[in-house]
Design a protein around this ligand. Structure first.
Ligand code: GLV
Length: 322
């Protein structure tokens, strides 16, 4: 008998096809995520769950799945939606998809950086509002990348890939990570600094740290106040790393110049969120890894983790807690 698995979202077909080869697949049939109570029902008795960042996989859900559950495979690199400790306490490994989305996410971070620096969304709106009547010598002036300082918070895989791109734009790079050494920073063309120095000296600050209790609202009223008035904040990690109320006030009051966000708190951002009223805040809907090839690779990798778990093999990429 094939192992029974539940896949919580309509992931790319290449991943589903691989899962079907080995497993008896129950697939959430709608495009939108399942409500929590539906998840509780669908996981009951399964051998494995393949989920995404839109599902809350907490202790209650792990318990509801029952004694057959052998693996939780997340199609994402971040896993702050999963109670990994609760899973590990029951001997259930958790898989994620590191590496395959590094380049796509770094590209998006850089796209946001460029868009905010050169005020692209304001320019688009200007045309749509019928205001483009002539070339303007002093209008929509943005910030140069060349010679500017980029502060990278979290020099992990994606942070390093962002540094690689920044070198191509002749930027100076500062980096802050908890366990970063001078040598490692130098190997990526960056200078290791402490967080206050990074905030004081950077023209652009890009967040690449996972969301943990330590990084929750790392960017808040105090840290925003330490940034340059001309600084631009980029967030492609998790919305929870930034206090959205503090960010709104800082952008409204010109404490910093602009922000470009791929992630928000909460997600999706409610339509009446005041951040959406600000011309200096560019927001896109969590599309860091959203390229055809990257999502295919993530789906396949999540499928392989799932299959390994339900067949009693070590997961190719398992989450390890420090
Ligand atoms: C996307 O945000 C991911 O963690 O893969």
């Amino acid at each position: 008998m094939k192992p029974k698995v539940f896949v919580t979202r309509q992931i790319p077909e290449i991943g589903l096809a691989r899962v079907r080869e080995v497993c008896d697949l129950d697939l959430w049939e709608h495009e939108d995520p399942a409500p929590y109570d539906q998840l509780l029902e669908r996981v009951r008795g399964v051998d494995g769950v393949l989920c995404t960042l839109t599902e809350r996989i907490d202790e209650g859900l792990i318990a509801a799945a029952g004694a057959n559950l052998k693996v939780i495979s997340q199609m994402a690199v971040g896993y702050d939606n999963i109670d990994v400790r609760a899973a590990h306490a029951r001997g259930i490994p958790v898989g994620n998809t590191p590496g395959v989305l590094t380049a796509a996410t770094a590209d998006l971070a850089f796209a946001l950086l460029l868009a905010a620096a050169r005020r692209l969304s304001e320019g688009v709106q200007y045309i749509r509002d019928g205001q483009w009547t002539t070339w303007q010598p002093r209008h929509l002036l943005g910030a140069d990348l060349n010679g500017a300082t980029l502060g990278i918070i979290g020099l992990g895989r994606i942070g390093k890939a962002v540094a690689q791109r920044a070198r191509g734009f002749d930027m100076n790079i500062l980096a802050y990570s908890r366990h970063l050494t001078d040598e490692e920073a130098r190997a990526h063309g960056a200078t290791r600094v402490d967080l206050p120095t990074l905030l004081h000296e950077s023209d652009f600050v890009s967040l690449h740290t996972p969301l943990t209790p330590d990084t929750r609202h790392l960017i808040n009223r105090e840290t925003l106040a330490e940034m340059k008035q001309t600084a631009i904040l980029i967030n492609t990690t998790r919305g929870g790393t930034v206090d959205p109320h503090a960010l709104y006030a800082a952008l409204r009051d010109n404490v910093i110049a602009a922000a470009a966000l791929d992630v928000t708190e909460p997600e999706p951002i409610p339509l009446d969120d005041p951040l959406l009223t600000l011309p200096n805040c560019l927001i896109v809907p969590h599309i860091g890894s959203a390229t055809v090839k990257t999502r295919d690779k993530m789906a396949l990798m999540a499928a392989e983790n799932l299959i390994a778990g339900v067949t009693g093999q070590p997961l190719p990429t398992a989450v390890k807690l420090g």
